[in-house]
Design a protein around this ligand. Structure first.
Ligand code: NAD
Length: 477
């Protein structure tokens, strides 16, 4: 198996040592790459700094053409890319295909945003002393971006950083997760087909300690990090003077409100929650981890939920029929097992699931969980759902807020007043009404409060983040 190239200033390269990528389902080697050397890292960062001014001056048509090319090529190679995602991450191929589809649309949408990203014109003559003045506000890239990505969406979470950088004309250095670098390298291969100037992008496989050096490099003034809370906090401490965006973990919750009461409502919610607490084997920052059900609906909802979870097929992620694959590693599955055992020892009941097999943990529903158990308070990042009755909708919202995290929440209601109450009350970055919290679209600002992060992604938000306003005041106009 030939090692896959990584990319230094837009060119394919091989470095030192070896990084073997294994399939989480059966442990077999599925790909190899090498680690970037110190000289290669220096070359990537120096080239990014060097091309920065030229990148900022790239015309919109050139930025958009590159982004459209990436979108088109990902679509053409979709089956191959999805198979690679499944191989390195272990997610079922149907979810890997969904991930590729999202990346195709992220780059296409970024091309459109690149065409319309124009700044603002503001009138200043609201003040008599400023009669005849207007302000032209352009957004200028802050400089090269460092993008650090986690393992759970090996293509998309890289795309969410690369696409807005190209859209505004900012060079980007990407560091993929060590367990899942291959999809990012394939993206590098496609980026290398474009006419983007040399130095505009690099994709560097690196061990964590060496990524930490990039975080403090002053030539990379913007850091966009997606990953776990402790690493995010360390990055913020290490780079207090930089613009740092942190997309961190969560323990997302849904509330089944008092009015979500028909048989059809409950069956719909049960299926959506069963699917989205277990998609990506629960390894999504917005997978449903907690569900709070109005007490008068609880007895009708729980059996439907259990039945919907039992319908999910767990197993080989390369099968089109599989809904739930392995976690990223045996250690990750062992941690989930330990947390479930801890909850059970504290009085919880396993309604369904609960027996680990290697890296695979079955979809599991727990009831009667003390609110202090780790499966409630921490991010499980596994296919485990805690279900609990609440006395009313407000109590459900309070339970959602009783968390160190605040990424997104799902509120099952038809009632507009309840929806607005949820939107006012919930301490999260986004409220999804009528569905699970597990929804993200490129148009919307995406991110969290409390331990879930700092700043927002979403194309437009990231484009604003990667740039700063520069005002020109015109006089006598
Ligand atoms: P992680 O924090 O272990 O690693 C993330 C990335 O940081 C990896 O590329 C890793 O190599 C790198 N890294 C580790 N130490 C570093 C250091 N000292 N300096 C610089 N880089 C370093 O996270 P993970 O286990 O890969 O991903 C899972 C986490 O990501 C979960 O907490 C999940 O909720 C979170 N996540 C958040 C979002 C979001 O948008 N909010 C999306 C997906 C995943």
């Amino acid at each position: 198996m030939e090692p896959r190239a990584f990319y230094v200033a837009g060119r394919p390269a091989h470095g030192e040592g070896e990084l073997t990528v294994t399939h989480p389902y059966d442990g077999r080697a599925v790909g190899r790459t090498t680690l970037a050397t110190a000289d290669q890292v220096e070359a990537a960062v120096a080239a990014a700094a060097e091309v920065s001014a030229a990148a900022a001056a790239l015309p919109a048509h050139a930025r958009a053409a590159a982004l459209d090319h990436v979108s088109r090529r990902l679509a053409e190679r979709a089956d191959e890319v999805a198979a690679l995602i499944t191989a390195e991450n272990g997610k079922p191929v149907k979810w890997a295909k969904a991930e590729v589809g999202r990346a195709v649309s992220t780059f296409r949408w970024a091309a459109e945003e690149a065409r319309r990203f124009s700044g603002e014109l503001q009138r200043l003559d609201t003040d008599p002393a400023a009669t005849g003045r207007i302000a032209l506000v352009r957004r200028v890239p802050k400089g090269p971006v460092l993008g650090i990505a986690p393992f759970n969406f090996p293509l998309n979470l890289v795309a969410h950083k690369v696409a807005p950088a190209i859209a505004v004309g900012a060079p980007i250095v990407v560091k993929p997760a060590p367990a899942t670098p291959l999809s990012a390298l394939l993206l590098g291969e496609i980026l290398a087909e474009t006419d983007l100037p040399e130095g505009m992008f690099s994709v560097l496989p690196l061990p964590n300690e060496r990524a930490a050096d990039l975080v403090t490099d002053p030539r990379l003034p913007v850091v966009s990090f997606t990953g776990s809370g402790p690493v995010g906090a360390a990055i913020r401490r290490a780079a207090p003077d930089k613009h740092v965006t942190l997309e961190l973990g969560g323990n997302a919750a849904a509330v089944i409100c008092e009015d979500w009461a028909s048989d059809g409502d409950l069956t719909f919610a049960a299926h959506r929650i069963a699917t989205f607490s277990n998609y990506q084997a629960g390894q999504s920052c917005i997978a449903v981890q907690r569900v709070y059900v109005h007490e008068w609906l609880y007895d009708g909802f729980l059996p439907r939920l259990v039945a919907a979870v039992e319908e999910l097929r767990t197993g080989d992620p390369t099968s089109e029929l599989t809904d739930v694959g392995p976690l990223v590693s045996v250690e990750a599955a062992e941690r989930v097992e330990a947390w479930v055992d801890e909850a059970v020892a504290a009085g919880a009941t396993i309604e369904v699931g609960g027996r680990r097999n290697g890296a695979t943990y079955p979809p599991t529903v727990l009831s009667g969980v003390p609110s202090t158990a780790k499966v409630c308070t921490e991010e499980v990042f596994g296919p485990v759902l805690v279900v609990a009755p609440v006395t009313d909708d407000r109590a459900g919202f309070a339970a959602v807020n009783d968390s160190a995290y605040g990424l997104q929440a799902g509120v099952f209601t038809h009632n507009l007043q309840t929806a607005f109450l949820a939107h006012r009350t919930l301490e999260v970055g986004g409220v999804i009404v009528g569905d699970v919290p597990s929804y993200r679209a490129d148009q919307m600002p995406y991110g969290g409060v409390k331990g879930s992060g700092v700043g927002r992604e979403g194309l437009r938000s990231a484009m604003d983040d990667y740039t700063e306003p520069r005002v020109m005041v015109l006089t006598g106009v």
